[in-house]
Design a binder for this molecule. Structure first.
Ligand code: ZN
Ligand code: ZN
Length: 444
């Protein structure tokens, strides 16, 4: 069983961990931005805008073909072997030194620029979902029961092609860019495991960027917001213990199935939009298990699900309401119960300075029709939150088209038409962010 916070083995990581927890506890924007001036490369004045656009345009055909190859081989969290091999192969073709086997299947590389600057990081996630694909594309999943229906195939290719452009623009690149391809995002633990495996390198990069496919925006639109952008997530399991017996004599048994049904029914009342007495939160059940035969009342049954919350106060309040509801139902039904919180992932906090940089780079490189502002945080979660606890980070949404099927559904397919802006914004951010020093601080 996994505990809420991972066990950190070495002293350096322990220090980081304590710092993280302090940062999370005190919340909000505790970042202090320290500016160390480097020479600035103006995209517009130096013709870099045209250079970047040309570089991206030239690789698009190849990028689409590569995206389809990744799409064909979706793999389970922490089993992304073929995917990681293909990522490493592509990076080696660019002449880069590749680190493999980080946190199991993670891959990382560094692009060293020829100008003076900082180190920043780009992160892509590689895993797929246990959902049978129902698209009719010629490149549909060849792995039965699995599909890239969260768009991570597109994230991989955006990061790979950004790397390709940065390698070609090494002369103009200040500092270095660390690119990491992580396993197990869907599992909620891959980011932390990559941090524990020192995938970010040392010293830590001064900023980290990632993007995620987003069906709620037109194809190719890049959008983000400052501050909170995704919720925190707790994974729970409730095991209810009763007294099993013959299906013909339910009065002689205490059915855990009835208890589980009552709990499931009451869980929807815990979710709220932040009005009345309920904080903004989402509680849902994703798995029910119990019993093996139709005429046998089992001894125990279980449900698993998630609690999403936007801050620590709301999280504690929701967990308390949740636990008290389970306790009330079980005592009424004379059932025993255990509640296990299996894993936790913090919310993604976008650093305000990085959001400002995103707006600036967007205005220089991306046409206005392909830019948008996100006003509300999502109740979805991203283990990128583990990175933004540690260093300034920015998560960008990349539009898949308003008619796109939703993420985590069998018909979803990453939009190839979005690759151009996805790659362009990452190239621009990497090149600009290495010219600035974004430092994290506590206590202000
Ligand atoms: Zn997902
Ligand atoms: Zn995802």
């Amino acid at each position: 069983m996994l505990t809420i916070f991972p066990v950190i083995m070495v002293m350096r990581q322990t220090t980081r961990f304590i710092k993280n927890q302090l940062h999370y506890k005190f919340g909000k924007s505790n970042f202090i931005s320290v500016s160390k001036k480097f020479t600035t490369l103006h995209f517009l004045e130096t013709g870099m805008r045209e250079t970047i656009r040309k570089e991206v345009a030239e690789l698009l055909e190849n990028a689409i073909e590569l995206r389809h190859r990744f799409h064909e081989i979706p793999e389970k969290s922490f089993e992304e072997k073929k995917t990681a091999q293909l990522v490493a192969h592509e990076l080696r073709k660019m002449g880069l030194t590749v680190e493999e086997g980080l946190a199991g299947t993670g891959v990382a590389t560094t692009i060293q620029g020829e100008r003076v600057g900082n180190t920043v990081a780009l992160r892509a996630d590689m895993d797929a979902l246990n959902i049978e694909e129902e698209t009719s594309t010629p490149y549909a999943s060849k792995h039965k029961g699995f599909s890239h229906c969260c768009g991570h195939d597109g994230h991989i290719v955006c990061a790979l092609e950004t790397t390709r452009v940065l390698v070609r623009l090494r002369k103009q690149l200040a500092g270095s860019v660390r690119v990491i391809f992580q396993p197990g995002e869907e599992n909620g633990t891959g980011a932390q495991e990559m941090i524990n495996a020192d995938a970010l390198g040392s010293p830590l990069p001064s900023a980290i960027f990632a993007l995620h496919a987003w069906p709620h925006l037109e194809s190719g639109v890049v959008a983000s917001k400052s501050g909170l952008i995704t919720s925190a997530i707790d994974y729970f399991r409730i095991t209810v213990k009763g007294k099993g017996g013959h299906g013909a004599r339910p009065h002689e048994s205490i059915s855990p199935i009835i208890g589980i049904a009552r709990i499931t029914e009451n869980i929807s009342a815990l979710s709220g939009k932040g009005d009345h007495d309920t904080p903004p939160c989402a509680v849902s059940v994703g798995m029910i298990s119990g019993g093996k035969q139709s005429n046998v009342i089992p001894d125990h049954a279980a449900i698993e699900g998630t609690i999403r919350s936007l801050n620590e106060t709301d999280r504690q309040q929701t967990v308390e309401r949740f636990s008290s509801m389970v306790k009330t139902i079980c005592s009424k039904e004379r059932l025993g119960f255990d509640i296990d919180f299996l894993k936790y992932c913090p919310p993604v906090q976008n650093h305000p300075d990085l959001y400002h940089l995103f707006e600036k780079v967007g205005a220089e490189l991306i046409i206005p029709e392909k830019r948008a502002y996100i006003t509300e945080q999502s109740m979805g979660s991203e283990d990128f939150g583990n990175f933004t606890q540690l260093l300034p980070g920015l998560l960008i949404r990349l539009g898949m088209g308003s008619s796109s099927p939703q993420l985590h559904t069998s018909k979803f397919d990453f939009s190839d038409a979005s690759l151009e802006t996805g790659i362009t914004i990452l190239v621009g951010l990497a090149m600009k962010a290495t010219e600035t020093d974004f430092k994290i601080g506590l206590g202000q």
